[in-house]
Design a protein around this ligand. Structure first.
Ligand SMILES: N[C@@H](CCC[C@H](N)C(=O)O)C(=O)O
Length: 281
């Protein structure tokens, strides 16, 4: 393994290792063991996931790679279709590196192209596309000896949203939630636990597929907004404040059925690896 640069960023404390690879020639097919190493908080850099940055026309994963393609991997090395916090961090990196100007950028993902705009206050707004609700009823989530009905919301990646009485259940709500029927999510699922704080104002915790409990999940905040707005019979457009352990974002469910996610993103560290200890990771 030769020397390679990395950066570290986060969006509401959902954190990522960024691997610049504009020509798609440095990392090739990202090795799952390398991803696990990079995300390891003791032996590696530490993160919830990896964002490989490739020019849209230099990748071969999807038909339309956008202007820039976000090759997203979870901390356990698995591939995920989309990451709402990651895509804001991705664009923040592109802007700070001078790869893009202030205009909206089309970011290719495995869940389609997402347009991301940079706002004057430093936040970013992502057009997250339309939600799908494949199974309106019948999903049950179980954690910590309790069961809750959950709504299946697909934001390009799968989510199960459960309203709970309290996010501070005895024991740990987010340790290892399970779901039934198991066939509903053959590739696993991100599980959100939500409480209402007020009108169009919710607080959530999340157990992410491939990463465990994280401090935020952008696609999860959109799924939660869909579940909360449906339950409240809100008319579109509607805007929700969504609190997460790592901060707060705003989600608008627009009249054209698209979700729009606005939140912060920072790139706060950079370095170089000259050696990677893969054995045992
Ligand atoms: N943290 C992300 C979601 C990352 C992918 C997820 N763990 C999955 O496997 O679907 C977000 O901000 O959306």
């Amino acid at each position: 393994m030769s020397l390679f640069p990395w950066l570290k960023g986060h969006g509401t404390e959902n954190d990522f290792v960024i691997l610049p690879d504009p020509e798609g020639s440095v990392h090739g097919e990202l090795d799952a063991a390398l991803v696990r190493f990079l995300c390891d908080r003791h032996a590696g850099i530490g993160a919830d996931g990896v964002l490989r940055v490739v020019r849209g026309d230099k990748q071969s994963y999807v038909e339309d790679g956008g202007d820039w393609f976000m090759d997203y991997r979870n901390a356990d090395g698995s591939i995920a279709e989309m990451c709402g916090n990651g895509v804001r961090v991705f664009v923040k990196y592109l802007a700070e590196a001078g790869w893009i100007d202030g205009k909206p950028v089309r970011v290719g993902t495995r869940a389609g192209v997402k347009e991301v705009a940079q706002n004057d206050d430093g936040t970013l707004t992502v057009d997250m596309g339309e939600p799908r609700i494949p199974d309106a009823a019948g999903i049950v989530v179980e954690a910590n000896g309790h069961q809750w009905p959950a709504l299946h919301v697909d934001m390009g990646n799968p989510h199960a949203v459960a309203f709970v009485d309290s996010l501070a259940e005895p024991g740990n709500l987010c340790d290892q939630p399970t779901w039934s029927p198991v066939e509903a999510f053959p590739q696993g699922v991100n599980v959100e636990f939500v409480v209402r704080r007020g009108a169009r104002d919710v607080q959530m915790r999340v157990h992410e597929r491939g990463a465990g409990e994280t401090r935020s999940c952008g696609t999860g905040t959109c799924a939660v907004t869909v579940a909360a707005a449906r339950a409240a019979r809100d008319e579109l457009p509607v805007t929700y404040r969504v609190g997460v352990p790592g901060g707060e974002v705003t989600v608008t469910w627009r009249a054209d059925n698209h979700l729009e996610l606005t939140g912060p993103a920072v790139v706060h560290a950079r370095g170089e690896f000259d050696r990677v200890w893969l054995p045992g990771i």
